[in-house]
Write a protein that binds this ligand. Sequence first.
Ligand code: ARG
Length: 594
Amino acid sequence: MPVWFNPARELDALLRKVAPQVAGLDSDFDPELRPSDPRHADFQANGVLAAAKRAKQNPRALATSLLEAVRASGELDESLIVAEVAGPGFINFKLTPVALGAWLKEYRDESKWRAGAAKIMGGKKVVIDYPSPNTAKQMHVGHLRPIVIGEAVARLIEFCGAELIRDNHIGDWGTNFGILILAIRRSGFKLDAKSPTALEDLERLYKEGSVQTKADPAAMDAARAELAKLQTGDAENLKLWEEIVQVSNAACQRIYDQFGLKSDVILGESFYRDKVNQVYTELQKCGLAEESEGALVVWDDEEPRFSRHAETKMPFIVRKKDGSSNYASTDLATLLYRAEHFKAEEIVYVTDGRQQDHFHQLFRTGTRWFNLSQRKLPRLRHVWFGTILGEDGKAIKTKSGDPVRLQSLIDEATERAYAAVTEKSPEIPEPERRMIAQRVGVAALRYVDLASNRTMDYSFSWSKLLAFEGNTAPYLMYAAVRVRSIFRKSGIALGQGEEGASDLETPEEIALARKLLGFTAALDSALEDLRPHHLCTYLHELAAAYGTFYAANSVNDPTLPAATKARRLMLCARTCSILETGLRLLAIEPVERM
Ligand code: ARG
């Protein structure tokens, strides 16, 4: 029998499969398989309790029949997994030390885990939309989360077997261009795409433009007119627009490079400019959209959205009064394109939590439209995140009140990491310390962002970021380095010296092995709601379990029997690989030493 990569999933499937053979259970029986208190079992199935209540049966008797059906299937190897009915009618499953050892032998490196996890998404076509910034602005602290969370979620989905397309849906066609073009025209500014300050100049102009248009309705109208001219193909505005986008994309690319971010396609809002008409026509034809005060809107009576301030229902405006497209129109066109062109079965959007209303309305309208036009709707998920706050609990800003530039954040993280590495390991040659600092700095920025539940706000603090203790990137990277050094010191390559390993024995060995296998459950939790922090928590716990094991069980003691040493080396090697694989899933590149 094969060794199961993810015993929880396999047990769940097995219980569902045999349930219809048991009187009192049916084909939609949910076994409610959960991790258990490790003192008693690895997993427990709680589902029989609810089912027995419904069928008016004795829960223990029902659980016993279910377990008998499992045994009769011949698919449970009871030399590896011990099953028993417990309490009022749970079924407990406990992995034997032999099973844990067999798992460690079978799933030895990243390629094996990938193969094991690939079943989960099974080649599903997924489009992920990130980091999708609005152009013509320098990237600032607000752009950290879509980059970091987007990349971690993308890697996770890919690791679990999806066929993934990373689509950077840049905002290169919206209102901001009307304002910017107007400001450029009025100031007489000559944009030079090669100037190193080009983007800063644009940003300054945009700021001036927004102040003006906010204060003066006539200026706002003029900005709208510039946008409409651009959107209807005015040659001069188009040329200016192209230059602006070029300048801004080049600057974004410099940031992406430092985060190791590579998009498969960059299909910004402008890509859909000739595709929005189809949206208008179709929505009207199927009776979803109607004209209202000159705009084209979609009302939703089943799940109406209300304005924040009044009890007024909000329509989804899909075309503006002046005939121009907006965020909603492009997003509807984008949805159709992804479904038809990329054959997407799932689309994941990574943005700020303030866009929840937009995505709610987009998903609702998309669902109704696809139903009415008899198209297959991809699964739609909005992966949103909270705000990064300063240590004072308010939005993080520079002294002058501007948002902190992302580049200065990276630079400061790198400098601070350099100081920390120098203090810890002054003997490492300076160029290598610089290289390490670069990795650790960016890693630390990523990790704080990923370690907390994404839907929460968090306060940014340098000391938390770069601490060598606690749930931080430096701690985990260092933990992997320490395991590696055991191999370096004893002159054995990672993954070697495991032949003849005996069965796991000491409580610390068994606890560590259990934690290693817990990698599969961590993947499951992170994937369920696309929340990478589950993986962070797991890696932190793994490092702790390793610490306990290493303190109590010597690995390099020369008097150790060869078979004992072999199994402990195996535990070390797996710990190192899972730590490193887990870090890579978060887009953190491990180092050899630090
Ligand atoms: N450009 C938008 C922003 O910066 C995010 C776009 C997200 N993707 C989408 N398909 N709406 O807020």
